[in-house]
Design a protein around this ligand. Structure first.
Ligand code: ATP
Length: 363
């Protein structure tokens, strides 16, 4: 297992990149801790696969270094990096049995037969294929084949890291949940460094200790699911994570208040004067429609989604959502929106602005 360091890393697929727009990965410096479970999350085209391929050695970065522990592996081929990979589509040997497929990476390394038998049994149980160990892979459906690929990816205990590239895409929804939970358990048990690429926030948030959110070739935030919820570092994190995502309002921010249109919205802390485009962001969970509150609110629709209700409405002609916990009534005459001041984040040109330290508090 290894800590992975990305130092001054950037990548362009063009031979002579002219500016940031020509880079699929913009310059980044990051350390991924040994034994961490990371999800690489972002919408299509943001650079997730490019970054994963650089870490695995399938792609050489046009700039910067990749280190596993203290070893510079930038120029090392995939085979020399001692990693396991699971791709979106199954990679199995059709002529081999399930058992032989799972045992393959261990046999290749000359592991002892007893160890292989026990380890294969353990992995087979994890992927729910104990009863099919003797079957040839050829006759199995895509779901089962992908489970074998996952099992093969995890069978070795001595790898530096396990990289997953959208591995559950072809798996049926119920099994998805089960495998995700098992992957997490396996991570707890063996402590491998795992990097899991997905564009599905539920997958990312349930699998990872740390979610790495990418947007337009950059890592915009690396944080726990709670940090991404509470303090999104970039407006993209605010609206990409959450269902629905964060509400954003153009604002003028000064001290303890923001002006949105003509309305004054109290903030939970004091802020410096914001240069550039200023916005405030608040998650729907902390918005309450009612007869009081700083913003005018027109309810358009209420959706009951089981555990809570989503109130979809408008503030000054722009769509805004509120989430009401189960059992909380909606006032039929609600025409205002109250916002919890301590849950408001302030943004300058899409990046979060830290509040000024309160008097007596360390900066
Ligand atoms: P997806 O979820 O769709 O796989 P992604 O986040 O993994 O997307 P990448 O595949 O890393 O994104 O692509 C990042 C950018 O680099 C995109 O603009 C893509 O068009 C471009 N790109 C990817 N591979 C190549 C390539 N081989 N040659 C040129 N451009 C590429």
């Amino acid at each position: 297992m290894a800590r992975i360091t990305l130092s001054n890393l950037a990548h362009s697929y063009l031979p002579n990149p002219q500016g940031p727009g020509d880079f699929a990965l913009k310059e980044m410096d990051h350390v991924w801790q040994d034994g961490g479970a990371y999800a690489l999350l972002g919408s299509s085209g943001c650079g997730k696969t490019t970054l994963l391929n650089i870490i695995s050695g399938l792609l050489r970065p046009s700039q910067g270094r990749v280190l596993f522990g203290e070893t510079d592996v930038t120029d090392a081929p995939t085979a020399a990096r001692n990693i396991a990979q699971v791709f979106q589509f199954p990679v199995v040997y059709d002529t081999m049995t399930v058992r032989e497929n799972l045992a393959f990476p261990l046999k290749n390394r000359g592991m002892d037969a007893g160890y292989i038998r026990d380890r294969v049994a353990q992995i087979a149980q994890m992927i729910g294929m104990e009863s099919e160990l003797g079957r040839k892979a050829r006759g199995l459906n895509a779901d089962a084949k992908q489970k074998i690929s996952l099992g093969r990816g995890m069978v070795r205990e001595d790898v530096n890291a396990i990289l997953f590239d959208e591995p559950l895409t072809v798996i049926d929804p119920h099994m998805k949940w089960e495998l995700r939970t098992q992957l997490k358990q396996l991570h707890r048990q063996f402590g491998h460094t795992m990097i899991y690429v997905t564009h599905d926030q539920t997958e990312a948030l349930t699998f990872a200790d740390k979610v790495v959110v990418m947007y337009d070739g950059r890592v915009v935030q690396m944080g726990t699911p709670q940090e991404l919820f509470d303090t999104p570092a970039h407006t993209f994190v605010g609206y990409f994570i959450g269902s629905p995502g964060m509400n954003l309002f153009d604002a003028e921010v000064a001290g303890h208040a923001a002006r949105v249109g003509g309305a004054e919205v109290p903030l939970g802390a004091a802020y410096p004067t914001v240069a550039g485009r200023a916005q405030i962001g608040i998650r729907p969970e902390f918005c309450r429609p009612g007869r009081e509150g700083p913003l005018p609110f027109a309810i358009r629709r209420v959706e009951d989604v089981g555990r809570h209700r989503i109130v979809r409405g408008e503030v000054m002609g722009r769509p805004v959502n509120a989430i009401l916990p189960e059992g909380q009534p909606i006032d039929a005459g609600a025409d205002r929106l109250a916002l919890r001041p301590d849950r408001i984040n302030v943004y300058a040109d899409d990046w979060r602005v830290s509040p000024l330290a309160a008097a007596g508090e360390a900066a």
